[in-house]
Design a protein around this ligand. Structure first.
Ligand code: FES
Length: 98
């Protein structure tokens, strides 16, 4: 559904979404990368398990929550990618264990 409007930059990085390697561009947000993936969702709601995807891209809606490098409920629209980053789509409510 979404794609980049320009050719990939020379500063390509690799992040891992649910264990799968994904090419990203230095400086872009994790949410922007998630929006280019299939299936297009970043979290599931705790009650109905409905899939949600990044929406506002500015830290307001909280639809972009995911687990990043072991940290749960990260607003991925506010987190920039870095090489080797591990992102897990968040299923249900976050775990309180560290
Ligand atoms: S997309 Fe709305 S808070 Fe991240």
């Amino acid at each position: 559904m979404f794609r980049k409007l320009h050719e990939p930059a020379t500063q390509a990085v690799t992040i891992y979404i649910d264990g799968a390697p994904v090419a990203a561009e230095a400086g872009e947000s994790v949410a922007a990368v998630l929006l280019r993936q299939s299936p297009l969702w970043s979290r599931m709601t705790p009650v109905t398990q409905s899939p949600r995807a990044p929406y506002c891209m500015m830290g307001v809606c909280f639809e972009c929550l995911a687990q990043v490098d072991g940290e749960a409920s990260v607003q991925t629209c506010l987190r920039q990618v870095r090489d080797g980053m591990r992102v897990e789509r968040q299923r249900g409510k976050r775990s309180l264990s560290a």
